[in-house]
Ligand binder design. Structure first.
Ligand code: SF4
Length: 385
């Protein structure tokens, strides 16, 4: 698992607060551009560093020992994945945050840890602390992200707690990154206010998907999973309001003990009542955050529900609803869902077991979250021969 946030005691800076910079290894970068870049010195050689960069970084602190440059950071070994094109936030206390990795297929920006739900399996347990600086960093990063980025996401917490400021973020994405598809993870309740749905629609972003969880067709079960009364009705109203404006919507169902019992019925409910959604994601459990605390009430071996998963996919396929199976291992699903199977786990938290090294289909398999390897995974992992 890659550590995206770290810190160093070996640094020197002349700025107060933070500086967000793009990494470059190009010593011939035109001078006027250099202030926006951090020059990375990958080799352990003491050399004349090119002038004018916003900061200098290296894994070898000694290269800075005689440096005349004022902003330099000795990068800890666990962040040695950094490379040209990455966007890094440097702070005056020595903290370093890889906010965007150029090599990653998908980057997600956490916008807040605040939320009006308290989901049993929340991977990012809600905090009430004011954290709008996260939104500010995302706003800042958008100006630096490469224009050819295919897709990226914004998550929480609940991003809609920012109300109009979230809409401003979408507008900024449309302006700076018009070709980049964006996903916004939301419980959808804020869009039950038609005026708020209209605000988003007015931005006219060409490819903005709101990804909204529905955990059951039975309102009481959904409300129990998210630990909030009235959530189901507001979420469904939010979806209807968004789709009435032709806004893209994905429905997400996380599969666990509390949701598996009505997984097929929930897909039937979607087929009958929400046929117009753009995508349904059937997702395996990440063993982190509240999931770890609530594991006895949540865990079910994916191998034990593989037939139910096949039925759920068949229901959605019959209704011609685009759907995908996320966060599962190939040896725990039936062959009939393989057309819908997606390698979905972000590379920085994606790992495999030793068993996988002898598997002939490892290249097709999404593998595990690092947290699954650490705490809980299927008892039926078996290499394909
Ligand atoms: S053995 Fe490993 S690589 Fe092969 S399908 Fe199972 S989890 Fe995937």
């Amino acid at each position: 698992m890659l550590q995206l946030r770290g810190s160093t005691k070996d640094f020197h800076c002349d700025f107060i607060g933070h500086k967000m910079l793009i990494i470059s290894d190009d010593s011939s970068l035109p001078f006027p551009l250099r202030e926006k870049y951090a020059y990375i010195l990958k080799e352990n050689i003491d050399t004349n560093l090119p002038d004018g960069f916003g900061a200098y970084i290296s894994q070898n602190a000694s290269v800075f020992s005689t440096s005349k440059h004022k902003n330099w950071f000795h990068i800890p070994q666990y962040m040695d994945y950094m490379e040209a094109g990455d966007i890094i936030n440097f702070k005056d206390d020595g903290s370093i945050w890889a906010i965007f990795r150029s090599n990653a297929k998908y980057n997600t920006f956490l916008l807040t840890e605040r939320c009006n739900h308290y989901c049993l399996m929340c991977s990012q347990p809600p905090k009430s602390k004011e954290d709008s600086w996260l939104l500010e960093r995302a706003m800042e990063a958008i100006e630096l992200i490469p224009r050819d980025t295919v897709r990226m996401g914004f998550s929480g917490g609940e991003p809609t707690i920012y109300k109009e400021k979230l809409i401003d973020l979408v507008e900024k994405c449309r302006g700076y990154l018009p070709q980049t598809a964006i996903d916004i993870l939301s419980n959808g309740r804020a869009f039950s206010d038609p005026e708020y749905a209209r605000l988003l629609h007015k931005i006219d972003h060409p490819n903005c998907m709101i990804c909204i969880p529905i955990y059951s067709d039975v309102p009481e079960i959904h409300n129990y999973v998210v630990q909030s009364e009235d959530a189901f009705d507001e979420t469904i109203q939010g979806i209807l309001n968004l789709k009435a404006l032709n806004q893209k919507v994905e429905i997400r169902i996380v599969i666990h003990q509390q949701t598996i019992g009505r997984l097929v019925e929930t897909c039937e409910y979607i087929s009958r009542n929400l046929l117009f959604v753009d995508h349904v994601a059937l997702m395996g459990l990440e063993i982190t955050g509240f999931t770890r605390a609530n594991l006895p009430d949540l865990w079910i071996d994916p191998y034990d529900y593989k037939d139910t998963l096949s039925q759920a996919v068949a229901v959605l396929n019959r209704s011609k609803i685009n759907n995908s199976v996320y966060n599962h291992q190939l040896c725990t699903v039936n062959p009939d869902v393989e057309d819908n199977y997606v390698h979905s786990i972000s590379d920085w938290k994606n790992e495999y077991l030793d068993e996988c090294n002898k598997c002939s289909r490892k290249h097709e398999c999404g593998g595990f979250f690092s947290s699954q390897i650490l705490y809980k995974h299927s008892d039926h992992i078996k290499a394909f021969s």
